[in-house]
Design a protein. Structure first.
Length: 449
């Protein structure tokens, strides 16, 4: 259909990690995805609270202090399908910025966050809901974020416990205010573009990830004598106010996105990269004279620990509900896993476009699948089987007519990239018991446009 995005699916590190990489081009298209369209057996996830995605950091989100190539969080959609209708239901999250490659990142997505239902390019607006008792397919999408990407997936598991505050954001150090400002400005460019394409969930995920990274960052190593820290306690307090305000806005995605955007703008103003707003109708953090607000930087959800402290007695370390030295234990499977059986939009005033691609299929042999009695270990995307024979992995570019994910109703809100628009409005712990519904063997198809 003329789109120039690309994608490639490989299994690396002795077939223990799924690597999905490629390039997103906004010239005529803008997404790449890998899909498991039809599980062999329907999966029941009703008894679980959410999904934990375990990934490895890559060069596409690693902050290189010696490079002018500014890296920002990569927003993803994890999407599930049920057997009752043809809608897919997605939850948005972001791979955060990291200091080095191959850092383990864990992100919790509550089942309630899978609330974006789409079908053949149209988003459901009639209170559509996924049926978690009859899950039969899964997709991962990279959408409308121009440039190269790589996603390395260790595992995707369902967990019983709500662990949204269990995973700390990877620690990074901003060496100077220009680097901090560049990261924020590129985050606004990417996240604002997603908002304008009507991907508010992805916009929120990208904005939140950068804000949490700044909150969880270390002091700059190049500050000496009486020089100010690059990320001051005041900046962290401003961000905590923004994150807390967003938490209190429930599921109002428009206002949450704008609250986070205004928080990013306020940091740019604080470091002198943007003229301070004087419009009282535009929300900004309210800095008191005597106190700061502290919170934790987490990979997803709420930090859950907003503490007011005296400016004259502010501790060096951020508060934490759990000791940061606690390692996340790998949970065990509580029952014999089933063999699993068997899109998002952008505003447009024209009819949806159907996108497809030519077939280009390759087949790779996979190793023996793990036993159903094995305790959980990082494995790609992934399904457990009692079979002792190898499984084939089919990688296909295009292959079937795939919808360009389009909505033909233009969002009436101001563009997120319009800087003049006003607002309307932990440390690692035990993950708990899980259901591993994907393990070593994967039959997947790759779709790009």
């Amino acid at each position: 259909m003329g789109g120039l995005s690309s994608g490639q699916l490989n299994f690396i590190d002795d077939n223990s990690i799924l690597s999905f990489s490629g390039t997103i081009s906004l010239d005529g298209g803008g997404f790449s995805s890998v899909r498991r369209r039809q599980f062999p057996v329907v999966v029941n996830l009703q008894q679980y609270s959410g999904i934990v995605v375990t990934l490895q950091s890559t060069s596409t989100t690693t902050l290189d202090n010696n490079s002018d190539d500014i890296k920002v969080p990569l927003g993803l959609h994890l999407q599930f399908h049920d057997t009752k209708d043809s809608f897919g239901y997605a939850s948005a999250f972001a791979i955060p910025i990291t200091k080095t490659q191959n850092e383990e990142i864990q992100i919790y997505l509550p089942l309630s966050s899978f609330d974006r239902g789409t079908r053949i390019g149209f988003q459901c607006t009639n209170n559509c809901q996924i049926d978690w008792s009859i899950i039969n397919g899964m997709d991962i999408y990279v959408l409308f974020q121009e440039g190269n990407f790589q996603v390395k997936v260790d595992s995707i598991v369902a967990v019983v416990e709500d662990v949204q505050r269990s995973f700390d954001i990877p620690n990074v150090t901003f060496t100077n205010v220009n680097q901090l400002g560049n990261v924020i400005e590129k985050t606004i460019k990417n996240g604002g573009g997603l908002y304008d394409y009507d991907y508010k969930e992805l916009c929120i995920a990208v904005y939140k990830s950068t804000l949490n990274t700044i909150v969880g960052s270390s002091s700059s190593e190049d500050t000496t004598n009486n020089e100010e820290e690059v990320v001051s306690k005041k900046i962290k307090s401003m961000i905590c106010q923004g994150l807390q305000r967003a938490d209190l806005q429930g599921n109002d995605k428009v206002n949450i996105a704008w609250t986070l955007r205004h928080t990013l703008d306020s940091v740019l103003e604080e470091i002198g990269r943007k003229t301070k707003v004087v419009d009282s109708s535009v929300w900004r953090p309210d800095m008191g004279d005597d106190t700061y607000l502290q919170c934790n930087g987490v990979t997803s959800g709420s930090s859950g620990a907003y503490n007011i402290i005296s400016k004259s007695d502010s501790p060096t370390q951020m508060p934490s509900a759990v000791s940061t030295n606690t390692e996340t234990t790998k949970p065990t499977i509580i029952s014999t896993p089933l063999l699993p059986s068997s899109s998002t939009n952008r505003p447009s005033s024209t009819n949806p476009t159907i996108a497809g691609s030519t077939n280009d299929t390759t087949t790779t042999s996979m190793p023996t699948l793990v036993s159903t009695t094995t305790t959980y270990a990082p494995n790609p995307m992934l399904m457990i089987s009692t079979s002792s024979s190898p499984t084939e992995v089919e990688v296909e570019e295009g292959g079937e007519v795939t919808p360009m994910l389009v909505e033909n109703e233009v969002n009436a809100d101001k563009a997120m990239l319009d800087t003049s628009a006003s607002s309307s409005s932990t440390s690692k712990g035990s993950v708990g018991t899980v259901f591993v519904f994907f393990s070593v063997g994967l039959y997947a198809k790759l779709y790009v446009w």
